[in-house]
Design a protein around this ligand. Structure first.
Ligand SMILES: [Zn+2]
Length: 64
């Protein structure tokens, strides 16, 4: 694990505006926003779209 990362695993830059500390570790706001969007989409439509819950699970495994 690198101590001084400049980008998150998804390639977003760790700028002060895009980063906050949570339990002592850096959290990327862009990733958090994307994750929240995926969660919202899943909550709204998982009943309507067969397989979406599997897709969301796959995205989570990829770190989104
Ligand atoms: Zn990110």
């Amino acid at each position: 694990m690198k101590l001084h990362r400049t980008h998150c695993p998804q390639g977003h830059e760790y700028t002060p505006a895009n980063t906050y500390l949570w339990h002592g570790s850096k959290v990327c706001r862009a990733c958090r926003r994307e994750r929240a969007a995926v969660d919202n989409l899943a909550r709204r439509s998982w009943r309507k779209v067969p397989g979406l819950s599997k897709l969301v699970a796959a995205l989570r495994r990829e770190g989104l």
